[in-house]
Design a protein around this ligand. Sequence first.
Ligand SMILES: CC(C)(COP(=O)(O)OP(=O)(O)OC[C@H]1O[C@@H](n2cnc3c(N)ncnc32)[C@H](O)[C@@H]1OP(=O)(O)O)[C@@H](O)C(=O)NCCC(=O)NCCS
Length: 175
Amino acid sequence: MNEPAATSLRAATAGDRPAIVDLCKRSLVATYGGFMDPEKMRPWVEGREVETYVDQTWPHMTVAVRGETVVGVVALDREVIDLVWVRDELRGQGIGAHLMDAAERALAAGHDEAELECFAPNVGGLRFYRARGYREVRRYWEQASGVDKVVLRKPLARPVTLERVERPAAREGWR
Ligand SMILES: CC(C)(COP(=O)(O)OP(=O)(O)OC[C@H]1O[C@@H](n2cnc3c(N)ncnc32)[C@H](O)[C@@H]1OP(=O)(O)O)[C@@H](O)C(=O)NCCC(=O)NCCS
């Protein structure tokens, strides 16, 4: 998929924290509201759990930006893709795929597989991951949310490294 126009990726900075929190909090209700008890979401939406998470995790985040605006984020925790989120109004433009490509490339340098979790009723999220080659390895009931979670994994291709070859004593030709 082509990179969407005018969107670029970079490592998150401490200064991005408010924008990342805003992005997550804005979409939490829209994304989870259909299947999660509002009481379970309250600490995330009204409390400071998202702020605390972002404060601790931003050094392991990559953001998608358009101009100065953060429009998407992906977070890594060892081999786990801990979060991928795109601004509601910009979904379906390839930003999520671009963030996942970057995360998987980074993980492939040190891991054979990528892992992530998705709420079982988040059918859009699951379709997105399955289309990218993730396969379910288990499910469990998560107490904090009161919702089933699906754990998915995907084998990662090792990055190609060019091996050094001895240069022939005499090389002729066009190169
Ligand atoms: C899931 C999410 C990150 C995808 O980001 P995005 O920028 O909208 O996705 P892209 O535009 O890169 O789409 C990539 C592919 O996935 C498909 N896709 C994306 N979201 C989809 C959805 N909800 N349902 C079905 N397919 C979807 C696209 O059609 C596209 O397919 P294509 O390559 O054949 O054209 C985004 O929708 C999002 O932030 N959702 C809310 C948070 C969430 O659910 N996160 C993941 C679970 S924790």
